[in-house]
Design a protein around this ligand. Sequence first.
Ligand SMILES: *Cc1c(COP(=O)(O)O)cnc(C)c1O
Length: 239
Amino acid sequence: MVDIAANLKRVQRRIWEAAERAGRDPSEIALVAVSKLQDAEAILAAYDLGVRHFGENRVEEASDKIPGVNSKLAQRGGIPPTWHMVGHLQSRKAKRAVELFDIIESVDSLRLAQEINKRCERKVMHVMLEVNVSGEASKYGFHIGKEGEREEFFEAVEGILALPHLKVQGLMTMAPIVSDPEETRPIFRRLRELRDELRGRFPESDWPHLSMGMTDDYEVAVEEGATMVRIGRAIFESL
Ligand SMILES: *Cc1c(COP(=O)(O)O)cnc(C)c1O
């Protein structure tokens, strides 16, 4: 049996301690429990322990789980949690993603943003822009490493900010897998610096959020300014 309560306590304490070390207010950091591969029972257990943000990475799986979890909660008089799409999204699944999720963290092209916008009808969709800071070929996200790539990214941002149904909340990244979490620090720092640059270039959006940090590196991410950490294994598995 996985002790989700003990896991959550540990994760929350470590987030709190990392925030303290950085002189930050721990209450400004949202814990997103990444519930991919978890069943409704595990999700509801985490909800009952106070988790109000959940992340899923596949539209099909989310389609099987989210409506069921939300209706179970509604029967108990509970308010639904905030559902985050954190995985790569194909344009043809944008419509379903808009129906299921409250925020899409993985917007990685102007084309995808346009498709989401088109599918919103009267809804305003909260989105984050995924940035591939490390430039690894295995990862999705906007590349920003080379001068030309940065300019292309800024052009895409301009186009995305002009879409009437989208509200851009900030940036998301995944750090490379490394043996020492300290090695991820420059990646998280670069995402924060990029956010600061975007605030200067595009002040029409306030760029409030940085979604960064997973099971192996969330403490470093919090020290570097994360406002959302996306944690799966440290909550739902016995490590
Ligand atoms: C799975 C996943 C996570 C959580 O990863 P853990 O290592 O289990 O904490 C976070 N973000 C994304 C995009 C994921 O796919």
